[in-house]
Design a binder for this molecule. Structure first.
Ligand code: ADP
Ligand code: ZN
Ligand code: ZN
Length: 743
């Protein structure tokens, strides 16, 4: 049966976005109308005709039939950028399993009255009644300045500081007092707008080398074609410094010359001043930058400038993907493998996939770049769905570092119980003598609760899922995919040693050891503890970069994005910890981290050295990273994915469930599993779990997860829709949070 009713929203990019109206779909439109389409509908008392967007269709209505109006027409021509973005949002809703409203809110920024040119603003923190109450207190106490400001803020909750100081005659100390009382806050917004002016004209255009030229020529040659088997999707595979950014800029310049616009996604952490400066120098005030610190209103303002044609290049993290350019030419995604490109809130979209979708709607090209492409991307490249270019030459000509793998089991056997191997200790000594710098990277990603044998390196894994089990209370080991449980053994099942322990070494402990061994060395530490304060991160990096310290110790934060030319030794401690994270991507993430870490050493003139300490020296990930050999890693890893049916060799959705009542959650997840199994039987899909999430409880909210898996994403999406309906209909699920994630 065809759907008879449609959900329509009429007012996009306003705070009223959530307001959905129902209309009847006339018979002749029923096989045509799709979510995302633009329609004309009669609206309001006078039934004036206005434009709206269809965000869903169905066969049930909450209204009386005769109160519903008919849709008048489907609009097909003259569709603007907004209409295309709504369609993209509907695609995201469908692919990632979110609500239509959540998808729309992700794609379309909310309009707010904020003047983004102001650098400083005063913002009211109290809600309506509390503000009135506070105003009464000020009045009673004859605190006239506070009263004046309060009245103004009640009218307009955020005011530019200039206005407050000049027009209201409020002093900084009054604002400070009110801020300390929690009444308001003073906001400073980073203004990236045109920092260029200062540097104009300092760009050096470089001549592309042969590899770069080949890639650029191919992309430009494809520009007006829509028949390429790879749909104008490209991957630049090359290490940092191999010249990818130069290629991006070439393509962007070409798009610009044709009157088209460009979006450049860069992971937030790599959105450094240096990178931005290069773009500003080349493209001047055509460039705008957004970052996650911008408020919704400021982001809106930047998007307005894009819509109006004030700028033609938008640089930013994930959300910049939705910049409403009228004639988009290319989307660039640098470091395309970064986990930050996958949203952690619903819809949990993948920026790369979403960029492909947007580009194909708008006839744009997509250029991805990475030294360690995600398995998905490289797999598509191998299948011919993305055109691959490899940049082998390091533009600056720096040599690759020497790497050494140290077997920590052997260190233990030979009596060294320290966290540092003898090889690393020696290398540190020599480096310090040469007055060069050292980085020590403690790979702690996902290490919590993994039981491994320090004598033979054995890790206890799930017999069904090939991922590590993690240790819970009461000596139980649990698989986070299928829920398999087993008691924790007290001795290593492989070698009988009693050195079977969760590894606990932290950065602090390492710092102490270093200070004991090298009392003269100046040491900096960068981890969650030392970077809690605003700007602490940048302060540590700049101190190290200024050679104010000899050794920098840190977690993954230290391996990304920054260039330290004086670093000639990188020590990687416990390289394999993250290999055993309870996650099918553990090997991929580890390879990426280790490769990046190894690449930190020897960026300057002298050759670098890397010491990799591991309990698993024969592991392919360690070897591939030591040799910086992506292809070797890929071949091994794709076999593992194929065997397990993990993406990209199969499709998988996670269904995340959370709630305050553990027993209830367990029961609800059990019902969901039974229902999923019923659907699965018909479509030959697999259901895994339910199991506790790797972090099973956060702030007293329990968390469980169920996985569904199938070779074909379309089959799986159908199944997911069935589950969504089941959740929708059954009241019992109302009290628990459920989100879908496409893995
Ligand atoms: P990536 O984006 O791969 O890290 P970049 O494009 O930033 O690489 O290039 C690294 C450095 O080499 C930059 O300083 C850049 O200006 C320089 N460079 C890139 N390509 C060339 C070239 N063909 N000739 C000379 N220098 C180049
Ligand atoms: Zn053992
Ligand atoms: Zn399992």
């Amino acid at each position: 049966m065809q759907d008879c009713y449609a959900d329509i929203i009429v007012n996009i990019s306003s705070e009223k976005l959530d307001h959905v109206f129902q209309y009847r779909i006339p018979e002749e439109m029923r096989d045509k109308l799709q979510p995302g389409m633009v329609v004309r509908v009669p609206f309001g008392k006078g039934s004036r005709m206005i434009q709206g967007y269809c965000i869903g269709t169905g066969n049930r209505t909450d209204f009386e039939e005769d109160r519903l109006k008919d849709i008048s027409a489907i609009v097909t021509d003259g569709l603007g950028e907004e209409a295309r973005l709504v369609r993209l949002a509907m695609w995201m809703k469908e692919r990632y399993g979110s609500t239509a409203i959540a998808a729309l809110k992700t794609v379309i920024p909310v309009r707010r009255k904020i003047k983004s040119r102001e650098k400083k603003t005063v913002r009211l923190l109290l809600s309506g009644e509390d503000a009135q109450e506070q105003l009464r207190i000020y009045t009673k106490k004859h605190q006239t300045a506070r009263k004046r400001l309060m009245e103004a803020l009640i009218d307009e909750p955020e005011l530019p500081w200039d206005l407050v100081s000049e027009k209201l005659n409020i002093t900084g100390s009054v604002v400070k007092t009110m801020q300390e009382a929690g009444v308001l806050e003073m906001r400073r917004t980073a203004v990236y707008r045109n920092p260029v002016r200062l540097q104009e004209g300092k760009d050096h255009h470089v001549a592309l080398n042969a590899e770069q030229q080949e890639a650029a020529d191919a992309m430009i040659g494809d520009w007006d074609r829509d028949d390429t088997p790879y749909h104008r999707r490209y991957l630049l595979h090359g290490v940092t410094g191999s010249g990818k950014t130069e290629v991006y800029m070439k393509i962007i310049a070409y798009a610009q010359a044709r009157g088209q616009q460009a979006i450049v996604l860069i992971p937030e952490i790599a959105l450094t001043y240096q990178t931005l400066l290069r773009f500003f120098r080349r493209f001047g005030d055509q460039v705008s930058v957004i970052n996650s610190r911008l408020s919704a209103g400021e982001r809106y303002d930047q998007f307005e400038r894009a819509r109006n044609g004030d700028i033609s290049i938008m640089i930013g993290p994930r959300s910049a993907l939705f910049t409403p350019f009228p004639n988009l030419g290319v989307i660039v995604i640098d470091e395309e493998h970064e986990p930050a490109y996958i949203s952690e809130t619903s819809p949990r979209y993948h920026a790369v996939e979403t960029a492909f979708e947007r580009a194909s709607m708008e006839n744009a090209a997509v250029v991805l770049g990475s030294a360690t492409p995600s398995l998905e991307t490289y797999y598509s490249a191998r299948q011919g769905e993305i055109r691959l270019f490899t940049l082998n030459r390091r533009a600056g000509g720096a040599a690759m570092p020497r790497t050494q793998i140290v077997d920590m089991r052997r260190e233990l056997r030979e009596g060294n119980k320290s966290v540092f191997s003898r090889a690393l200790t020696d290398a540190m000594q020599e480096t310090l003598l040469r007055r060069e710098q050292i980085m020590l990277f403690l790979n702690r990603r996902g290490y919590a609760g993994i039981l491994s044998c320090r004598s033979c390196g054995h890790v206890i894994k799930c017999p069904h899922c090939s991922v590590a089990l993690s240790l819970h209370g009461h000596g139980k080991m649990v698989c986070h995919y299928c829920g398999y449980t087993a008691p924790a053994p007290s001795v290593c099942p492989q070698c009988g040693s009693s050195w079977l322990k969760p590894l606990r070494a932290g950065t602090e402990q390492i710092e102490q050891e270093v200070k004991k061994m090298f009392p003269e060395a100046r040491v900096l530490r960068m981890d969650l503890d030392t970077t809690r304060q605003k700007d602490a991160h940048a302060a540590i990096l700049s101190a190290f970069s200024g050679h104010e310290a000899d050794i920098l110790i840190g977690t993954q934060m230290i391996v990304k994005g920054h260039d330290f030319p004086d670093v000639t030794l990188m020590g990687i401690l416990a390289a394999d910890l993250s290999l055993n994270a309870p996650d099918y991507r553990a090997a991929e993430r580890t390879f990426q981290l280790l490769t990046q870490a190894a690449g930190r050493s020897g960026r300057g003139r002298s050759q670098g050295q890397v010491v990799i300490q591991t309990y698993d020296p024969d592991n392919y990930v360690i070897h591939a990273a030591a040799r910086q050999d992506y292809a070797y890693f890929y071949e091994k890893e794709i076999d593992f994915r194929r065997l397990g049916g993990y993406p990209p060799c199969g499709a998988m959705y996670a269904i995340h469930m959370s709630g305050p009542d553990e027993k209830y959650l367990e029961k609800a997840s059990g019902y969901l599993q039974k229902f999923a199994l019923r659907l699965a039987a018909a479509s030959h899909a697999q259901v895994l779990g339910p199991a506790d999430e790797p972090v099973a409880k956060i702030q007293d909210i329990y968390r469980r997860v169920l996985y569904i898996r199938h070779d074909d994403l379309r089959v799986l999406s159908r199944m997911r829709r069935g589950i969504e309906q089941y959740i929708d209909i059954n009241e019992g699920f109302r009290t628990i949070g459920i989100t879908f994630e496409k893995c």
